[in-house]
Design a protein. Structure first.
Length: 1080
C-alpha cells in the first residue's frame, strides 16, 4: 500500500472509532456465512472494507476481524442496520458479539407503510429517489464477461476443429464480392490458416501468448468487478444511514415511536436468540416417521400405477389426463383457458376424494412427499426464520421451513422437543375452544378445522385455510345413523340423544352405543324474502350479444324450477345451456321450451334424438352468468339455501323431475339419484328445511357408486304439497301413492319409546292401551293421541316429535377414522403462542378487546362478573326465555350459534353472511344481528367510529399506535364523485379491514409485548424461546424451574398492557408438556 492509501485507512479507523452513529452492512457468499466484505457509513464518509488481505484488491479498504469487532462492541455508538435481525445473527456467528444499541430502518419502513416492499433497494428508491444499485448483479455480469474473454488455446493442436472453422468462414466469405470483401472475416480466415499450418514450436508460442492475454483480460475485468462491488456495497451503508436520518423523525411525527422502540425493536433480540438456538428434534422418532412415510408412499405409488398407469404424479398435465380422461372421473370445473387442462389443485382433489378412493391416494401421496422433502432434514436441531414484518396486522410468519404449514400428521410435531432436562411450555391467545367456524363442509369446531378446508371470510366468500395452527392430534370417529345422517368428530364431541324415558341427554360421541338414538330436527325454517339476482352486466361484459338474452331480476319459482331441471338432467357447457326431456312427457317438453324462452328472452333450439329431445339456448354470456351463480355439475347454488319455502320447493321439483322417480309397489317411494354423494347430501339438507326427512342409500355397480335419496310414504304427502313433480305422468303416480293407506310398518321415522309412559301415570297408560296397539313404536298419529289424553308437555322429546317434526334416527356404526390433527386458525384474528411446554388459553381475547374499545356496558359487565358471554349473546340473539346460567343446559345449540355471532359480527359479517354461517334463514339471522347490537349497544358505534376515522385520516391505529392505512377509503370520502361502481367492493372490504385491524392489531401488540417482557425473565431461569408460529410461542424451560416459568408467562400474557387489563381482564392458563405434539 502507498502512504496515501495507508493514510486513508488511518482516517477511516479514526472516524469509525469516534463516530456516535454508524450504519453497518455485511456481504457474504452464502446465507449467514462469514462475510467477505462489510460496509460502514458515518456523517463524514462511507467505506467498503474487505475482510483480510485475500478480500482486498486495491479498492476500498481492508480490515481485520478484530477491527470490526472493536467497532461493533463500542458501548458509546449506535449501529444502524436494514434488517438488523440478519446482520445481528451474522455478527453473532462470526465474531460472537451482540450489537446492543442498534436501529433497524426495515422495521421503521414497515411501520410507515405496511403495504409496500421492505427491501433496502425498494425503500431507498421510494424515499431517497436513488436509482437501483445491485452488487450481486454487477458481480454476475463481470463473471460472465470473464468467461467470454480471450480463449486459451489447448496444448495439442485441434486440427479437425480448425478445419471446420476455416470451412465455415470460407462459406461466409463466398457470399461477398471482391469489392465487398469483409476485412474482419479475412483476418479470421488467415489467422486460422496460420494456426492450422504452423509448426509445433510456433503452436506452443501461440498457446503461451493466449494464456498471457487471457490473464491480462481477466485481471482487467476483475478489477472492474471489484471496483463496482466496493462502490455498491458502500452505498448499502450510506443509504441505510440516509434512511435513518430521514425516517426516524417521521416515526416520531406519526406517533409510532412506542411500537418501534418498545415492541418491534426489542423483539429483534428475542428472534435472534430464537433462530440461532433452533428447536431440538427427536431424531429417532423423525427417522421412524421418515421410514413409515416412504414405505406408505411406495405402497400408494403401486396402487396409483395400477389405477392410472406409469405417470409422473408431480406433473399437473399428466395427472389431469390420468384422472379426468383415462379414469373417466367427471371434472367439477371447466378446462383452464390458459393450459387447456382440468385443474388438479388441492381444493379440487379434496372434493373428488370424497367419492373417489384413488384421488384420496393422490392427496395422501402429496402430503407425505411434502413431509419428507420439507421436514426430514436428518438434523437434530431445526432453525426456522421468523418474520415480524410479513403481515399488515403485525403477526408473525415463518419460512425455511414454514412451520405454520406442517402436514396433518400429528406425529411429526412430537419430534419437536425441549432441551435435555427441560419441559416445554405452550402458550396461546386463541378463539375459545369449541368455537364453530363455517366451512364448506358445515359448522366445524375450530379445533377440528384442518389445512385445506374452505372457510368463509367476513365478506361471505370462501377461501382456503392454508395456515392453520396445530392444536393437538386426536383420535376421531364417524357416527353414522340408519337414515344416512352422519358426523365426524372426536369422541369428546357432544351430540344430542334421547334416552329410553324420552329425555334429551347431551352425550359425548365416545359414550354413545350402537342402537342408541340421536336427535335430528326437521323443523321448517324458510324465510319469506325476495332474493335479488346479480345484475347481468356485473358478470358479463356488455356487448351487442348480451342484448340477445335476459335474466330474471329476482329469484322466482319458475327460474328456480328451471335451474333444478338444468342441474338434474340438463346440458351446460361454455356456450350452451338447456334441458333434455324424454318424448314420453310431451307436456313437459312444451313446458321446458316455454320456460327457456320466457325466462331468458332468447331463441330456443330444438334437437330431436332417439327417445328424447334437447332444448338449448346458445349464449356464452348466459352460460357464464349461470356458472357464476352456482349452476354447474353436482352443485346446488348457495342462493337456494337462503330461499323461501315455495322457491326451494320449485327448485327441488325441477331437480326431482329430471333425476327423480316415484316407484310402484307396497314400499312405493319418491327418490332422487346422483353419482355425487355431496350433491345428494345437499339435496337432503334442502328437503330437511322443508320438513321432509329422507334416507340416504348407496348402491354399488360396475362403474362405481350411485347415491339415492329416498322419501318414504310417511312423508310423501308433505313432499307432494311442498315439492311434487311437473309432468302429468309423475304427478299422477305421486297422487296415487299418496292416496294409499299407510301401513304401520311403513312408519320410517317413529317415536322410539313408549314403555316409559307406564311409569308416569298408570291410569292414563291403561286408557292409552285400550285405544292403541302399543306393540309398535309411536307414530305421528299415536303421538297426537297421547297428546289428547296424556300430560306429555312435560316431555319435550314427544312434543318435538308431534309438533316440530323432530325424529330420532338410530346409530348403526361408530367407526374409528384415525388420528385427526386439530388447528387454531387466524380467521377473524385468533392469536396463539406456545412456550416451554405450557399451553395458555387467552380466553376470548378478541371479544375482550371489543369490550375494551367499545366500552359497552353489557360486555364489560359480563367480563367483570365472569358471566358467560356466549350464553348472554344467545339470549339476546335468539330471544331465549331463561337465565344466563341455564343456557348451556337448555339451549346448547343456540349457545354454539352465539359464538359465531360474537366473533362474526365484530369482524363485519352482514345478516346475509351470518345466515350462511349459521345455516339459518335470513330473517332469523337478521333477528340475531339486531338482538346482538341492541344488547351490546356500544359495539356498532365503535365500529362505525373506526370506519369514520379511516375515512377522515386515511388510517386507523391499534393500541400500541401501529397503523393500518386505507388510502382508497380516505380518497373516496374526500372525492365521492370519483367513486365508480367497480370501487364499491374494494371500499366495503377496506371498511371491514379497518374495523378488523383495531382488534387484530391490538391482539398482535399483546402477543409481541408479552414476548418482549417475558424474554429477560425467562433468560434468568435458563429458559429458551424456541418458536413462534402465527401467534404461538414454544419455550424450553429447565424442569426444576418450569412452574416459575409458567407463572412468568401467565403474568406477561395477562399484563402486556395494564391499561387494557384494568378495564377487561385478560385470562391466561399455562399448561406443561414434553413435546409440541402434546401441547394441546
Amino acid at each position: 500500500m502507498t502512504e496515501e492509501v495507508l493514510q486513508l485507512h488511518r482516517d477511516m479507523a479514526k472516524d469509525l472509532r469516534t463516530a456516535k452513529v454508524i450504519a453497518f452492512d455485511t456481504e457474504s457468499e452464502d446465507f449467514l456465512a462469514t462475510p467477505y466484505r462489510v460496509s460502514f457509513a458515518t456523517e463524514k464518509g462511507f467505506y467498503s472494507c474487505g475482510i483480510g488481505m485475500k478480500n482486498y484488491h486495491g479498492f476500498g479498504f481492508v480490515v481485520k476481524d478484530s477491527f470490526v469487532k472493536e467497532i461493533l462492541s463500542r458501548s458509546d455508538v449506535k449501529i444502524i442496520m436494514h434488517n438488523a435481525k440478519y446482520d445481528k445473527k451474522t455478527v453473532k456467528l462470526w465474531l460472537d458479539i451482540d450489537i446492543h444499541d442498534f436501529e433497524d430502518t426495515m422495521l421503521i419502513a414497515h411501520l410507515l407503510n405496511e403495504n409496500e416492499r421492505k427491501g433496502l433497494k425498494d425503500v431507498a428508491q421510494r424515499y431517497l429517489g436513488v436509482k437501483n444499485w445491485d452488487v450481486s448483479k454487477a458481480t454476475k455480469q463481470g463473471k460472465a464477461l470473464i468467461q467470454n474473454s480471450v480463449e486459451i488455446l489447448p496444448d495439442v493442436k485441434p486440427k479437425v476443429k480448425l478445419k471446420n472453422k476455416i470451412k465455415k468462414i470460407a462459406a461466409e466469405l463466398s457470399e461477398f464480392s471482391e469489392e465487398e470483401c469483409c476485412p474482419y472475416l479475412v483476418k479470421q480466415y488467415n489467422d486460422l490458416l496460420y494456426k492450422l499450418n504452423c509448426s509445433d514450436e510456433e503452436w506452443q508460442e501461440l498457446v503461451e501468448k493466449s494464456k498471457k492475454e487471457h490473464e491480462d483480460e481477466t485481471k482487467k475485468l476483475l478489477t472492474n468487478v471489484w471496483e463496482q462491488e466496493v462502490n455498491y456495497s458502500a452505498l448499502d451503508a450510506k443509504y441505510t444511514l440516509d434512511l435513518w436520518n430521514m425516517l426516524y423523525p417521521i416515526i416520531k411525527e406519526e406517533q409510532l415511536q412506542f411500537v418501534y422502540e418498545k415492541i418491534e425493536k426489542p423483539l429483534v433480540n428475542v428472534l435472534v436468540d430464537m433462530e440461532l438456538n433452533g428447536v431440538p428434534i427427536d431424531l429417532e422418532l423423525l427417522k421412524e416417521i421418515e421410514v413409515e412415510s416412504k414405505q406408505e408412499m411406495k405402497e400408494l405409488e403401486i396402487k396409483l400405477r395400477e389405477t392410472f398407469g406409469d405417470i409422473n404424479f408431480a406433473s399437473p398435465k399428466q395427472l389431469s389426463k390420468a384422472i379426468f380422461e383415462d379414469a373417466g372421473i367427471d371434472p367439477i370445473e371447466p378446462r383452464s383457458a390458459k393450459t387447456g387442462e382440468y385443474s388438479t389443485r388441492a381444493e379440487i382433489l379434496n372434493i373428488l376424494a370424497k367419492e373417489h378412493e384413488p384421488v384420496k391416494w393422490i392427496l395422501r401421496h402429496r402430503e407425505l412427499s411434502k413431509l419428507v422433502s420439507t421436514y426430514m432434514y436428518g438434523v437434530d436441531r431445526l432453525h426456522s426464520d421468523f418474520n415480524q414484518v410479513a403481515t399488515t396486522t403485525g403477526r408473525f410468519s415463518s419460512s425455511n421451513p414454514n412451520l405454520q404449514q406442517l402436514p396433518r400428521s400429528g406425529k411429526i410435531r412430537k419430534c419437536f422437543i425441549p432441551e435435555k432436562g427441560d419441559k416445554l411450555i405452550v402458550c396461546d391467545l386463541c378463539i375459545a375452544e369449541g368455537t364453530k367456524v363455517y366451512t364448506e363442509r358445515g359448522l366445524v369446531n375450530i379445533e377440528e378445522i384442518v389445512v385445506g378446508d374452505k372457510v368463509f371470510d367476513e365478506s361471505g366468500e370462501l377461501y382456503n385455510v392454508e395456515k392453520a395452527v396445530f392444536s393437538g392430534s386426536k383420535e376421531c370417529v364417524k357416527l353414522v345413523t340408519d337414515i344416512g345422517y352422519s358426523v365426524v368428530s372426536t369422541r369428546e364431541h357432544r351430540v344430542k340423544t334421547i334416552d329410553h324415558r324420552g329425555e334429551y341427554i347431551w352425550k359425548q360421541v365416545g359414550e354413545i352405543s350402537i342402537g342408541e338414538r340421536v336427535v335430528a330436527s326437521g323443523r321448517k325454517i324458510n324465510p319469506e324474502v325476495l332474493i335479488s339476482m346479480p345484475p347481468l352486466t356485473d358478470i358479463v361484459k356488455p356487448s351487442n350479444k348480451t342484448k340477445d338474452f335476459k335474466v330474471p331480476a329476482f329469484l322466482c319459482e319458475d327460474f328456480a324450477e328451471l335451474l333444478g331441471m338444468i342441474l338434474g338432467d340438463g346440458l351446460f357447457c361454455e356456450r350452451s345451456i338447456g334441458v333434455i326431456v324424454c318424448d314420453e312427457d310431451r307436456d313437459l317438453q312444451e313446458h321446458v321450451k316455454n320456460q327457456l324462452a320466457h325466462l331468458f328472452k332468447a331463441s330456443v333450439h330444438v334437437y330431436a334424438d332417439k327417445g328424447a329431445t334437447r332444448y338449448l339456448v346458445h349464449r356464452k354470456g348466459l352460460c357464464k352468468y349461470l356458472n357464476y351463480i352456482g349452476v354447474y355439475k353436482y352443485n346446488i347454488p348457495d342462493i337456494m339455501f337462503m330461499a323461501s319455502e315455495s322457491i326451494k320447493g320449485a327448485f327441488l321439483r325441477g331437480l326431482f323431475e329430471s333425476d327423480g322417480s316415484i316407484s310402484k309397489g307396497v314400499s312405493g317411494v319418491a327418490s332422487f339419484s346422483s353419482k355425487s354423494r355431496e350433491m345428494v347430501e345437499k339435496v337432503q339438507i334442502l328437503l330437511l328445511s322443508l320438513g321432509i326427512h329422507s334416507r340416504l342409500r348407496i348402491v354399488s355397480h360396475s362403474k362405481g357408486y350411485a347415491y339415492y335419496l329416498v322419501i318414504r310414504k310417511q312423508f310423501l304427502s308433505r313432499f307432494k304439497d311442498s315439492v311434487g313433480f311437473i309432468s302429468k305422468r309423475k304427478s299422477d303416480k305421486l297422487s296415487e301413492r299418496c292416496g294409499e293407506k299407510l301401513c304401520s310398518n311403513e312408519y320410517a321415522y317413529q317415536y322410539p319409546y313408549i314403555e316409559q309412559f307406564s311409569d308416569r301415570d298408570n291410569a292414563a297408560f291403561n286408557k292409552l292401551k285400550n285405544q292403541r296397539n302399543l306393540k309398535r313404536n309411536v307414530s305421528f298419529s299415536l303421538a297426537n293421541t297421547i297428546k289428547e289424553i296424556y300430560p306429555y308437555n312435560e316431555l319435550k322429546s314427544l312434543k318435538d316429535y308431534a309438533e316440530n317434526n323432530v325424529i330420532f334416527p338410530e346409530v348403526i356404526s361408530i367407526e374409528d377414522v384415525g388420528v385427526k390433527n386439530t388447528y387454531d386458525l387466524q380467521v377473524h384474528g385468533s392469536n396463539q403462542f406456545i412456550s416451554n411446554g405450557i399451553v395458555t388459553h387467552n380466553s376470548q381475547v378478541e371479544l375482550r378487546l371489543t369490550a375494551f374499545y367499545s366500552k359497552d356496558k353489557e360486555m364489560l359487565k359480563c367480563y367483570a362478573e365472569d358471566i358467560d358471554i356466549h350464553s348472554r349473546t344467545a339470549i339476546a340473539s335468539f330471544n331465549l326465555k331463561c337465565s344466563v346460567d341455564e343456557v348451556k343446559k337448555k339451549y346448547p345449540e343456540q349457545r354454539t350459534y352465539a359464538k359465531i355471532v360474537n366473533f362474526g359480527l365484530i369482524y363485519g359479517m352482514s345478516p346475509r353472511t351470518l345466515s350462511e354461517a349459521l345455516k339459518v334463514p335470513l330473517d332469523v339471522a337478521q333477528k340475531a344481528y339486531n338482538g346482538y347490537f341492541r344488547t351490546y349497544s356500544g359495539v356498532k358505534p365503535f365500529m362505525e367510529s373506526v370506519k369514520g376515522v379511516g375515512k377522515r385520516r386515511g388510517y386507523v391505529k391499534s393500541f400500541s399506535g401501529r397503523r393500518r392505512r386505507c388510502k382508497e377509503l380516505y380518497e373516496a370520502a374526500r372525492f365521492p364523485s370519483m367513486v365508480t361502481a367497480d370501487m364499491h367492493r374494494t371500499l366495503a372490504y377496506q371498511e371491514r379491514e379497518v374495523a378488523n385491524f383495531v382488534i387484530q392489531g391490538t391482539g398482535a401488540d399483546i402477543m409481541k409485548m408479552a414476548m418482549v417482557n417475558m424474554y429477560p425473565e425467562l433468560k434468568k431461569l435458563g429458559a429458551k424461546m424456541l418458536m413462534t408460529i402465527h401467534d404461538e410461542i414454544v419455550v424450553s424451560c429447565p424442569e426444576d424451574k418450569v412452574e416459575e416459568g409458567a407463572r412468568i408467562i401467565k403474568y406477561c400474557m395477562e399484563n402486556a398492557f395494564p391499561k387494557i387489563n384494568e378495564t377487561v381482564p385478560i385470562i391466561a392458563e399455562p399448561v406443561i408438556c414434553d413435546n409440541w405434539g402434546e401441547g394441546k
